[in-house]
Every structure is written in structure tokens, then in C-alpha cells.
Write a protein that binds this ligand. Structure first.
Ligand code: FCA
Length: 334
């Protein structure tokens, strides 16, 4: 009797163990994975997007595979390795927007969905690939706000346009870059800055040494009467190097107004008590990372397609006065 009951309960235990084993295998098989590929993993901007994509993964129950893709080769092999890992789709800021067709071909081959973030894909004829869902900055408008902030600060300092010049570091190969600097120049002109006081200078690379070089080559073209300088560019790095160049050329911080875009990449600089880098336009990298990851998760799990175009137009000027509070507000201060 006792013996039989013992065998029965043993069987029950065995069945229960098998059931648990089976359901955990099923659960493991069901874990949704998505990729998040970024061109410049060293930029805090992209690290912030990654962190918030992972937060979305934690909230909704999916895994984010983060891969840095600094060039075309790495991008294509990253897509293969994502596929081998069972990812169903990925969000990407590509190292070169003209890789769009190659990225889409590779994704199709692996049956993966794609969302572009920040930098929008272009096809072989240079046209936007409008079929690929994209989420990015409302670049011209954000640039206009940057230019308006520069002009407002110049006015506050009592600068005369007569002896004030602007050096704008451009990267016209990238649409979001061109639109931002076009927007800031538009705002400077509307604020009364004479056209011929605005010098554009092309960046070779989107980093601090790159903007130091491009600004240096513009500084030598300034007339001797140039007393005050405005330094612009498409993001923080393209302004930070410019400000460094003004320092080496002997301009004092009080005679320089550099305003970047991103905010995230200027935190170290704003912690310094004083410099020609006045501030940065802070958009919403936390929302971009969270939202694109969430959209991808929904797309691969429910089939809900993301919108083809989402523009983010909200920006806040952060300066030494308010950067800590503003970053704290959105959970970017630690
Ligand atoms: C581009 C820039 C980044 C960031 C992003 C929104 O990708 O390179 O620094 O500004 O747009």
C-alpha cells in the first residue's frame, strides 16, 4: 500500500518536473530578441539610446542585442550574427546612409524587420527610402532653435553684428546634418547677422578632432576685425572641437558662443565652470531609444507596423545654469 503510494507520488513528481522543464524550454524559445545597431557607440547620445532601448526590453519582456557598427562591413556582418542569434528585427543608425539598400537586402534575406533611427536611409539615386520606418529629429526646426539661441545669447552679451562672425561646421553628406546647420544659419540671418559674416566649413569626420580641423581652416579666413565668434555644427562634437580651435587661436571664452545639439555629449564640458561652449539643444534620446525598440517589439510580435516617419521636434537649451536639473528631469543625470 505504502509502497504503491510512494511510486504514485514519485510519478507525479516526475511529471511535474517534466512539465516545468517543457514550459521553460517553450519560454526560452519564445524570448523575443531585437538588435540595436549604432554608428558611433562612443557618443553618449547612442549610449543613451541603447540604455533606454534596454529599459523598454525590461518593461515589455524582450532582449536587446547592442552592436556597434562603425563601417559597412561591420554592419552587414552584424545583421548576419543577429539572424544567427534569432533576432527578428533591428533598429539601426547606419554609419553611412547610402548603405540603406544593402542593409535592406541583407535584412530581407534573413527575414528581419528594420527601423532606421536618427540617420535616414537613401537609395542609389540619393532619395530617401521612404518605405523604411524612420524616427529622427525635425532637423531644420531644431537647427533654427539652435541659431535663435545663439543670436539671443549674442544679444544678451551686447554683441554688435559688425564685429561678430559665425563659423558653421557642416556635414552636408548627411541630410539630418545639412538641415540642422541650414536651420541655424537661417535663424542667425533672421536675427540680423549679415550673410557674409557666416562662414561655412566642411567636416571630414563627425568627431572633436574633425571639427577642430574644419574650424581652424575657417578661422584663418576671418577678417582682423572679427572680435566675437559664434560656433555651430550639427551636434555637440562638431561644436566642441570648434570651440577648442578658438581657444588655441587666442579667443577668450567671453567672446565665443558655441551651442551644440544632443546635450548628452556636452555634459563633461558643461561641468567646467567656464568655456566658449555655452550650451546645447537637448532633444529626447531616451524617448528615441525606448520608442524605436518598443515599435520593433510590437512589429515582430503583433505585426503592428510602425509609422513610416516620426519627427521629434522638442528640444531644450541646456547651459551651465540648468543642465543638471534638465537632465535630472528626464533621468539622464547620475
Ligand atoms: C546623428 C548624429 C548624432 C545625433 C543623432 C540624432 O546621427 O551623428 O550625434 O545627433 O543624429
Amino acid at each position: 500500500m505504502n509502497h504503491r503510494r510512494g511510486i504514485r507520488s514519485l510519478c507525479r513528481v516526475a511529471l511535474a518536473v517534466a512539465a516545468v522543464g517543457l514550459s521553460s524550454t517553450l519560454l526560452a524559445a519564445e524570448e523575443v530578441k531585437i538588435g540595436f545597431l549604432v554608428k558611433q557607440a562612443e557618443e553618449p547620445w547612442f549610449q543613451t539610446e541603447w540604455a533606454f532601448a534596454e529599459k523598454a526590453g525590461k518593461d515589455k519582456g524582450f532582449k536587446v542585442i547592442k552592436i556597434a557598427v562603425p563601417d559597412g562591413e561591420k554592419t552587414l556582418s552584424a545583421i548576419d550574427s543577429l539572424a544567427a542569434n534569432g533576432a527578428k528585427g533591428f533598429v539601426i543608425c547606419p554609419p553611412d546612409v547610402s548603405l540603406g539598400p544593402a542593409i535592406m537586402a541583407k535584412a530581407k534575406l534573413n527575414d528581419m524587420k528594420v527601423i532606421a533611427v536618427d540617420d535616414r536611409f537613401v537609395d542609389a539615386s540619393g532619395k530617401f527610402m521612404e518605405d523604411v520606418p524612420y524616427l529622427g529629429m525635425a532637423a531644420f526646426e531644431v537647427g533654427q532653435k539652435q541659431g535663435a539661441a545663439m543670436a539671443a545669447e549674442a544679444k544678451k552679451r551686447g554683441w554688435d553684428w559688425k564685429d561678430t562672425y559665425a563659423v558653421i561646421n557642416t556635414f552636408n553628406e548627411l541630410d539630418t546634418g545639412k538641415k540642422r546647420t541650414d536651420g541655424s544659419m537661417d535663424a542667425l540671418k533672421k536675427a540680423g547677422m549679415p550673410d557674409d559674416h557666416i562662414l561655412t566649413t566642411a567636416l571630414k569626420t563627425l568627431d572633436v578632432p574633425g571639427s577642430m580641423d574644419s574650424t581652424n581652416s575657417a578661422l584663418v579666413k576671418l577678417p582682423s576685425g572679427a572680435k566675437n565668434l559664434i560656433i555651430g555644427g550639427m551636434n555637440d562634437n562638431t561644436v566642441l572641437g570648434g570651440v577648442r580651435a578658438t581657444e588655441s587661436a587666442g579667443f577668450k571664452a567671453d567672446n565665443v558662443i558655441g551651442i551644440g545639439i544632443n546635450g548628452t555629449d556636452a555634459i563633461g564640458e558643461l561641468k567646467k565652470p567656464h568655456s566658449g561652449f555655452f550650451g546645447s539643444m537637448l532633444p529626447s534620446p531616451h524617448i528615441e531609444g525606448y520608442k524605436t525598440a518598443e515599435m520593433m517589439f510590437e512589429w515582430v510580435t503583433t505585426g503592428k507596423e510602425p509609422p513610416k516617419y516620426t519627427a521629434m521636434d522638442e528640444v531644450t537649451l541646456i547651459t551651465r545654469e540648468n543642465f543638471k536639473q534638465e537632465l535630472e528631469k528626464i533621468g539622464l543625470w547620475n
